[in-house]
Design a protein around this ligand. Sequence first.
Ligand code: HEC
Ligand code: HEC
Length: 320
Amino acid sequence: MQKKYFIALLGIIFFITLSIAFKEKNVDNYSIKKLGALLFNEKIISKDSTVSCASCHNPAFAFSDTLDFSIGINGVPTKRNSPSVLNMKNRPYFFWDGRAETLAQQALMPIQNPDEMGLPIDEAIERLNASAFYKNYFNQVFKTNPNAKNLSLAFEAYENTLETVDSKFDDWSNNIGKLSASEERGRKLFVNDDSKCFDCHFGIDYTNDDFKNIGLFNGKNLNDSGRYLITKDLADLGKFKTPGLRNIALTAPYMHNGMFKTLEEVVDYYSNTNKFVPDAYNKDATLQKPIKFSDRDKKDLVAFLKTLSDKKYMTKRSSH
Ligand code: HEC
Ligand code: HEC
């Protein structure tokens, strides 16, 4: 072969390789998780384009917010406290009453909920199709235009990435860090039968993934029936999903109704539930009798709970 043809051939091969590599890199740049992250922060999927998922599940507050009740479109407050959406991957139920069973199913509900984003799904899909950016992105990832199914899959893929395993407590359990004396006493107390905590908050994310009534229902001032609204079974009256406790120091206020502002208040409550709600209905047997923690016990339990915060989400505000 003549030298100039050989060089031309090399040039062509080089060009083809380069364009394949470039194309692959481009495809790589589009991913379902990244699409989910963009959508999680996208306000056009709310009625008046003012609210995104991140408005209430804000990464700066470990994917919750600081309000008893969050504010949706038109300034309307939500009916329950916004939970963190960290560590959702292994949960079998979502929402305080467990009305969704997969993250994909869950994700379309806040978009339509009039207290949250207030937009019919058909309209949300229309808006995404009208956006050249999203239309292209969905086509790159799913090979179809935006539709409800792949919208929900994108949210699920993103939320599945929001797992946290890098806390002081994780360091301790991996033998690469220590707990203080108070944190260690709190840990022992937490797993001790007498404190009852471990009856419901156990496993890697500190939840039994079940519904329990801890005494925050009396049918009067505390009248959210919880799980009962879904099952219509009277045994479920006042039961709520046991929340996981990872990052709990970062997600105040607490409980389905945000009624406790600090972990100290939560531990005070568990110490003697009757003192707070004497007329509770259907309360779990484990919490009938007061546990009566000493002041030191309370401090230690709170110190332990604070070791469950992932370092990535700890800020000056909350890392004390
Ligand atoms: C206006 C505030 C608000 C907006 C916006 C919002 N959420 Fe929520 N979210 C809540 C509240 C309040 C709850 C609890 C509601 C309940 O249990 O009845 C919740 C619950 C959840 C849960 C269940 C958590 C658990 O512990 O079971 C997930 C997951 C979630 N939201 C994801 C999303 C996604 C995805 C979006 C956007 C498509 C979104 N949220 C938009 C307030 C909001
Ligand atoms: C019988 C089961 C049960 C026991 C025992 C129990 N919990 Fe809970 N815990 C729950 C449930 C259910 C909720 C949510 C209740 C609600 O919102 O009405 C909850 C809520 C919490 C919260 C607030 C979570 C949030 O995201 O708002 C903290 C903190 C907590 N528990 C810590 C503890 C500690 C510490 C102990 C032991 C002293 C304990 N729990 C014992 C079931 C239990």
